[in-house]
Design a binder for this molecule. Structure first.
Ligand SMILES: Nc1nc2c(ncn2[C@@H]2O[C@H](COP(=O)(O)OP(=O)(O)OP(=O)(O)O)[C@@H](O)[C@H]2O)c(=O)[nH]1
Ligand SMILES: [Mg+2]
Length: 335
């Protein structure tokens, strides 16, 4: 039986007690109102013990080999003496216990490593909600002494942008032979990439992978780099044969070294923390709005009026906003 005292959780996490680590994450992921406050207290107490880990984001379409890649990279890192936590942001995930197991079996070597911790995406809810839980879990894992955080996302909707905003290095996995469209490659995703790697460069596929590598290199060439310190490289690897994985890790470390030296690592993390705060404020306001009983009551009628042109959208919006706590919403919002 675990006590209700947040301090016990904090001590357990910092001692990397597996059971307490899992319990703490479960508490964070819980949507029960009674769990919110202790969860926030724990996060707040753990936060000063974080910040040293390498935070690596990975995206790519289904089947590109994310799980296989993380298995290979994670195993290599554990063998080098690192402690690796693998988290995920997948808002579309309706994972049941069964498919969590399925994913763990795909990382069968890594999942049995004592110095690895694999946690599937929190399920259900909005992208914002899922991302919030993953960010908090990241804090817990860092405080528990994991020094490499890998955050995976399949890149549906905005989830790749969200993951890019919580990591230091964002790696985009590709495969050869699939058209850009097939890979869901918007220009946007390449703009987020700190490196691109063409996976499955093995067997008959080596030449095709090299061709694809060159094509992506050309595509990246036309994008203005987001930092003067870094031009995102395009590499190839085989997660299955474990080739090229070491070069990718060296690239991550090289980027880290450069960004530490220029102060960009710290600046990025500061921006990320502030952005995170604002996204929580927006989410909070949003949910307060929709939960407001007056809003709920008025909304169907007002929607009809706006649709019919009986009420101007500006008037309708102000009416709805006035339903919010009037003490904190004294003035009308300029629309
Ligand atoms: N030949 C080859 N096959 C690979 C490689 N990496 C992954 N695969 C295979 O590609 C398939 C998909 O790999 P996964 O690692 O499950 O891909 P994923 O991106 O995690 O897929 P989702 O979890 O569905 O998004 C599996 O059958 C893997 O064995 C590789 O480097 N070379
Ligand atoms: Mg996978």
């Amino acid at each position: 039986m675990i006590s209700d005292n947040p301090q016990d959780y904090v001590q357990g996490v910092m001692a990397c007690d597996r059971r307490l680590l899992a319990k703490t994450i479960t508490l964070i992921e819980s949507s029960l109102p009674a769990h919110q406050e202790p969860a926030q207290t724990i996060i707040d107490l753990l936060l000063p013990h974080t910040g040293k880990a390498v935070r690596l984001g990975i995206t790519g379409v289904p089947g590109v080999g994310k799980s296989a890649f993380i298995e290979s990279l994670g195993t290599m890192l554990v063998n080098k003496g690192h402690r690796v936590a693998v988290l995920a942001v997948d808002p579309s995930s309706k994972r049941s216990g069964g498919s969590v197991l399925a994913d763990k079996t795909r990382m069968e070597k890594l999942s049995v490593e004592e110095n690895a911790f694999i946690r599937p995406s929190p399920s259900g809810g909005t992208l914002g909600g899922v991302a919030r839980k993953t960010r908090e879990t990241m804090i817990v894992c860092e405080a528990a002494g994991f020094d490499v955080m890998i955050v995976e996302t399949v890149g549906v909707g905005q989830s790749e942008t969200t993951v890019a905003s919580m990591v230091d290095f964002f790696l985009v996995l590709m495969i050869a032979g699939a058209g850009d469209e097939l890979q869901g490659i918007k220009k946007g995703i390449l703009e987020l990439a700190d490196a691109v790697t063409v996976n499955k460069a093995d067997g008959d596929n080596v030449e095709k992978a090299e061709l694809a590598r060159k094509q992506y290199e050309t595509a990246l060439h036309f994008l203005a780099p987001s930092s003067p310190t870094w031009a995102p490289p395009v590499l190839t690897c085989s997660a299955l044969e474990m080739t090229g994985i070491d070069v990718i890790w060296e690239t991550v470390l090289d980027h880290r070294k450069k960004f530490l030296a220029t102060g960009e690592l710290e600046a990025n993390r500061k921006n990320q923390a502030v952005d995170w705060m604002w996204s929580l404020v927006k989410e909070g306001l949003n949910s307060q709005f929709y939960q407001n009983p007056d809003v709920k009551k008025m909304l169907p009628e007002i929607l009809k009026e706006v649709e019919n042109g009986a009420t101007a959208p500006t008037v309708a919006a102000n009416k709805l906003l006035f339903c919010m706590d009037r003490s904190s919403f004294k003035t009308s919002v300029a629309l």
